[in-house]
Design a protein around this ligand. Structure first.
Ligand SMILES: NC(=O)c1ccc[n+]([C@@H]2O[C@H](COP(=O)([O-])OP(=O)(O)OC[C@H]3O[C@@H](n4cnc5c(N)ncnc54)[C@H](OP(=O)(O)O)[C@@H]3O)[C@@H](O)[C@H]2O)c1
Length: 425
């Protein structure tokens, strides 16, 4: 006797808030019959889109919504609707997004968000609110867009002790550095072109000053090391001969990249974190020097790379498209399908996390440094026994402490950037 087929699970009824780059791609898939067929072929139930929320529902957005999908500018009315099971928050920002996410969870809805700024700024409160309301908060899209990294970090690597997480998590800055190195063009020129082509925003400061990468690093730190770091404490400036250099990649010069290349190195904006002592977290997002042939060095353009160094697995790499509508929608839709399967929050079975005790950078201790002084001869002479290599104006030191290096570089321009050399593991 054949068993009757199980009744199909009821589709998750969802609303998407925001119809920008990500929201349009998410909605485009949800209403596409071919996408739904593909989901069913995997034994899953496609979510049912019942409402979208935007500022101006009448504005054409290049997407034809079925009549049954409600359009509203009243996001609070949508999140209070008891017939809706889950909300996708892709409006961005922290004020309105924070309100709708909190209200949605308080009214018993699970939330999928791509909003790393919101998570980094209010992670502990949002996590607590989700746990209190017994709803799921999922955010795979918030780090490295389409690359599945948070899920594997929490679940597939659960048998490991995580020793370090690091990566290229901002495609805009990686594209700018790659183009500067390849074409020998200066920062302002490449940034202007990136803005014209839509790779960089009109106000690029969140990307180029390292804050977007720091937000993503904060999310990685929470999942890898069990506490939310205060994101404003994550260093985004490289050290200089005296004090700090310009934030993010804004102070990287074409000469720095050319000098690095002469030594077989590349400068990349790398977000990195390790567990520190006494509940502290060591985390930083600064331009660093890496070997051109290393995975970090060889990851060019807008591609993202996240490396997890763990015991016993060793180094695991996740590489792929870190932004863009379709890639980011892949992660958002994956989270929605996970909700439909009854999966919980992105943190899985990890214990609740509050703010980390302290956040320090990783610039203490001994390491090699790359510097590209205007006149390498006096620099090389001053470095003396610390000099490891020099070429085309660039200098690399043997491992030494920052204070020691600064003392020897005292005659060099005070704003000259000192790039930490990140060795391969
Ligand atoms: N773009 C990416 O590649 C990417 C990748 C990973 C993560 N993310 C994250 O995904 C989120 C969305 O990014 P996006 O690039 O899609 O942004 P976006 O293109 O600027 O779109 C934002 C959308 O949200 C709507 N919106 C904003 N504030 C609103 C409010 N207060 N009330 C109602 N609607 C509001 C906007 O409405 P109007 O159109 O009416 O102005 C717009 O449709 C952000 O948190 C971002 O960090 C983006």
């Amino acid at each position: 006797m054949t068993r009757p087929a199980p009744a199909p699970a009821r589709p998750l009824r969802i609303a998407v808030l925001g119809l920008g780059t990500v929201g349009r791609s998410v909605v485009g898939a949800l209403i596409d019959p071919a996408w739904q067929v593909g989901v069913r072929a995997r034994g899953l139930v496609p979510p049912e889109l019942v409402a979208v929320g935007v500022r101006d529902p009448e504005r054409p957005r290049g997407i034809v919504l079925p009549e049954r999908v409600r359009r509203s500018a009243d996001l609070l009315e949508i999140v209070a609707d008891p017939t809706i099971d889950a909300i996708v928050e892709v409006i961005g920002g922290t004020d309105d997004a924070g309100i709708v996410v909190r209200r949605a969870m308080a009214s018993g809805k699970s939330v999928v968000t791509a909003n790393k700024a919101l998570l980094a700024e209010r992670g502990p409160a949002l996590e607590q609110a989700a746990r209190d309301a017994d709803v799921a908060l999922r955010f795979e899209a918030a780090v490295a867009g389409g690359i599945p990294v948070l899920g594997p970090l929490v679940s597939d690597l659960a048998a490991n002790r995580i020793d370090a997480v690091r990566g290229i998590v901002n495609g805009t800055t990686n594209h700018i550095l790659s183009a500067m190195a390849q074409d020998g063009r200066d920062y302002a020129d490449v940034l202007r072109e990136a803005q014209e082509r839509g790779y960089a925003e009109a106000d690029p400061s969140g990307d180029v000053e390292g804050h977007d990468a720091a937000n993503k690093l904060a999310v990685l730190v929470r999942l890898a090391f069990g506490a939310w770091p205060t994101v404003s404490r994550i260093r985004v400036t490289p050290p200089a001969v005296a004090g700090d250099g310009a934030p993010g990649i804004t102070g990287v010069r074409t000469e720095d990249l050319a000098g690095a290349h002469a030594l077989g190195m590349m400068i990349r904006l790398v977000a990195r974190a390790e567990p520190g002592a006494d509940g502290a977290v060591r985390a930083a997002v600064t331009p660093v020097a890496v070997r051109e042939s290393s995975p970090l060095g060889a990851t060019g353009g807008v591609t993202n790379l996240v490396e997890v160094v763990a015991e016993p697995v060793g180094r695991v790499s996740f590489r792929g498209p870190g932004a863009g509508g379709p890639a980011t929608a892949s992660a958002v839709l994956g989270d929605l399908l996970a909700l439909g399967r009854g999966a919980g929050s992105t943190w899985g079975a990890l214990p609740p996390a509050g703010w980390a005790g302290a956040v320090t950078d990783d610039l203490d201790g001994e390491r090699s440094w790359l510097l590209v002084p205007p006149d390498p001869d006096p620099a090389a002479a001053a470095l003396g026994p610390l000099l490891l290599a020099r070429a085309d104006g660039a200098v690399v030191t043997r491992p030494c402490g920052l204070a020691d290096l600064r003392a020897r570089c005292a005659g060099l321009p005070p704003d000259l950037a000192l790039y930490p050399v990140i060795p391969e593991v």
